[in-house]
Design a protein around this ligand. Structure first.
Ligand SMILES: Cc1ncc(COP(=O)(O)O)c(C=O)c1O
Length: 335
């Protein structure tokens, strides 16, 4: 039986030729504009939420509970979708980024969530997915006792990866737009996007290589995590069972200095995309994921003339939350 789903995207997102970057890098580069997917400045999480809200609506929930980093795009998008369906949205912020600036705590996604009327709570540990989920479970118990109908969007990988189904759909959508890409490059965090895209491409008959660029943890941890997500996804989408460990490709060359922090390669990626295509990347996810493209072209891992699709997963609302750091880095950048 198909999993319940609700429409959040207004249609397919564009697949655009990045002409200037293609010339500069010597490849045929297209950008899948999932930064335009869904409400409140969009992004990949809109596709994932189609399945979470499908289930929430089927259960007649009236309150959504979700946890994430302070500048989480997932929580901001979930708030937008919930509010537009007349639901309460309770957001739990985790401290994931060291020494956050005042802007990080208040601007960007935080400001947008507050404007939309999110109820904001805090969880002190940013590296304890099970603990953050348990705190949501406890909060949901309180809400039920008060007569509410909560639906929890859990974080830890032990829960079914419903969000990955959104990227199975994205793979189908892309293959309908163009089916001869050699390589995809995408951000790899929780792994729902990476695993869903990979499984969906294989299920749709594409053998393109999918490079997941690590935004949260090093490659030696992220690779096995993707394999585990694929295994769980297999229960929802059987083609995921046919993806082999050799098919899981992760790169962590732009992860330093860590989650939510901007290194040289990320800054270079933001500037390159802005200056050549007039498009923006966010410091937490898409700067780190796009950085894989020029780096791997330079190393030869992406051969010249390859047909490459960069999946732009959004995150732009966080750009202004990083204004202080970015301005300082730009002041000191050469070239
Ligand atoms: C803009 C953006 N890109 C990529 C990701 C990573 O997606 P996933 O968690 O599915 O790996 C996220 C996750 O929050 C995100 O907000």
């Amino acid at each position: 039986m198909p999993h319940p789903k609700t429409d959040i995207l207004s249609g397919p997102t564009p697949l655009e030729l990045a002409g200037e970057l293609s010339k500069q890098l010597g490849i045929d580069l297209h950008i899948k504009r999932d930064d335009l997917a869904g409400p409140s400045f969009g992004g990949n999480k809109s596709r994932q939420l189609e399945y979470y809200f499908g289930e929430a609506l089927a259960q007649d929930a009236d309150t959504i509970l979700i946890t994430g980093a302070v500048q989480s795009n997932f929580t901001r998008t979930a708030v937008a979708v919930a509010r537009a369906r007349g639901m309460r949205a309770i957001v739990q912020f985790e401290d994931r980024v060291k020494s956050p600036s005042d802007r990080y705590r208040h601007s960007g996604n935080v400001l947008l969530s507050r404007l939309m009327g999110a109820e904001i709570e805090f969880y002190p540990d940013g590296e304890d997915e099970a603990g953050a989920d348990a705190a949501l479970d406890a909060r949901a118990d309180e809400l039920r006792a008060a007569g509410c109908r909560p639906y929890i969007i859990h974080l830890s990988e032990t829960y079914p990866p419903l969000g990955a189904l959104g990227y199975v759909d994205a793979a189908t959508e892309i293959l309908g737009q163009r089916d001869d890409f050699d390589i995809f490059v995408v951000a790899s965090g929780s792994g729902a996007t990476h695993a869903g895209l990979l499984a969906g491409l294989r299920g749709g008959g594409s053998q393109a290589r999918v490079i997941g660029s690590c935004v949260r943890r090093a490659a030696d941890l992220q690779g096995p995590r993707i394999e585990r997500v694929l295994k769980r996804l297999g229960a929802l989408y059987p083609a995921a069972n046919d993806v082999t460990a050799e098919d899981v490709c992760v790169w962590d060359g732009a992860l330093a200095p860590g989650y939510g922090q901007i290194g040289d390669r990320s800054l270079g990626a933001i500037r390159m995309m802005a200056a050549t295509e007039g498009l923006f990347l966010d410091p937490v996810y898409t700067a780190k994921s796009f950085a894989a493209v020029p780096s791997l072209v330079e190393s030869g891992a992406i051969p010249k003339a390859s047909k490459v699709c960069f999946v732009h997963t959004g995150g732009l609302a966080a750009l202004y939350a990083y204004e202080d750091q970015l301005s300082k880095l730009l002041d000191h950048a050469t070239g």
